[in-house]
Design a protein around this ligand. Sequence first.
Ligand SMILES: C[S@@+](CC[C@H](N)C(=O)[O-])C[C@H]1O[C@@H](n2cnc3c(N)ncnc32)[C@H](O)[C@@H]1O
Length: 257
Amino acid sequence: MNPMKGKLYGVSIGPGDPGMITRRAWELLQSGAHWTYPVKSEKSDSFVLDIVRRSELPLPENHTALIFPMTHDKEKLARYWLRAAEAVIEIVQQREDVLFLVEGDASSYSTFGHLARTITALDSEIEIVTIAGVSSFNLAAANLKMSLAETDDALAIIPASYGVKMFDRLLTEFDTLVLLKVNPILDQLLDLLEEHKLLAESAFIERAGTPEERTVHDLARLRGEKVGYLSLLIVRNHHRVRGPRIRGCRKATIQHS
Ligand SMILES: C[S@@+](CC[C@H](N)C(=O)[O-])C[C@H]1O[C@@H](n2cnc3c(N)ncnc32)[C@H](O)[C@@H]1O
């Protein structure tokens, strides 16, 4: 790595509650590094920046919004990732460290992965560090008073963008489903949960950790409602029939030679 250049840090800020910012992220935020953060367009606000603002840390002098449009157009996305990567490279070349603030955890469905890969492709000498954090589904489980997984439970975290078709297969293989990005197909998911008698075992959360957080356990209430992008469902699949489990994996036996 090149000591003549600054580093890029992907800093997990947690899903909405400033109290979920880790101590490591907190130190970096106050280190004098240049802050960058994603926005959907030049005119839109940054959700992650709003989380930090609510922590009452002042915005540093050096900060830059990076545009990541909400689109599935791969070419358009690649153009914006390149533009963002070039902006970051310009700063680290001046020996400044750059923080890229990430909503939730930086390794879970985050733009940071795309940004980091694009930067490495342009300049492999730039050191990139990921600061782990609290994901939306960790906070969601806690605030919904649900457990994500216990003992031998199999847990799946999946964006609902796969559609409802794979639902049956997931129900045979997993004890808990965390469904992200549910907003476009919420009614279809509710139908499926009802069909599989899982409505009572499931819960919904929107804008977890923010002052607008909404938790819903009586999911039938959500029918026909337009919910926001920052929402997810946790499904506890109590009807799952499990296959045999390997005893040695449940209680490790130490072999002495
Ligand atoms: C692109 S993913 C980002 C995931 C994020 N990096 C994390 O660690 O949770 C966006 C999806 O995460 C979920 N999500 C993120 N923040 C949330 C929040 N505060 N409340 C509820 N769901 C959230 C929603 O399902 C949303 O559609």
